[in-house]
Design a protein around this ligand. Structure first.
Ligand code: HEM
Length: 81
């Protein structure tokens, strides 16, 4: 429940480069993480998830399974799927 827009997966998929913006999805929400890419402690690996879901990557890299990581992510929310 938010006043943010709803995006299609097709729209999210258009955003997978620093030029076009880097968007990801997580649990039904959409995030524009373009500005976070350069700040990511895991470096450019973050771009593997560009235009798609974080879940499969975060399942592999359990370091993200922490409250403070979700707090960072929440700052970049732009809408819902
Ligand atoms: C580490 C955030 C996506 C790979 C981290 C850490 C944060 C973070 C905060 C440090 C955690 C800690 O040490 O307490 C994020 C956010 C993401 C994202 C907000 C998405 C918006 C990804 C993706 C991958 C990835 C998609 C892999 C494909 C890694 C790795 C580390 C890491 C390997 C460990 C770096 C190290 O300690 O050497 N991430 N991450 N991350 N991330 Fe991400």
């Amino acid at each position: 429940t938010s006043n943010l827009p709803i995006f299609s997966q097709e729209e999210v998929t258009k955003h997978r480069s620093l030029e076009d913006g880097v968007w990801v999805t997580y649990r039904g929400s959409v995030y524009d993480i373009t500005e976070f890419v350069a700040l990511h402690p895991g470096g450019n690996k973050i771009l593997l998830a560009a235009g798609g879901a974080l879940e499969p990557f975060w399942a592999l890299y359990a370091v993200h399974n922490q409250e403070h990581v979700l707090e960072i992510l929440s700052e970049y929310k732009v809408g819902e799927l």
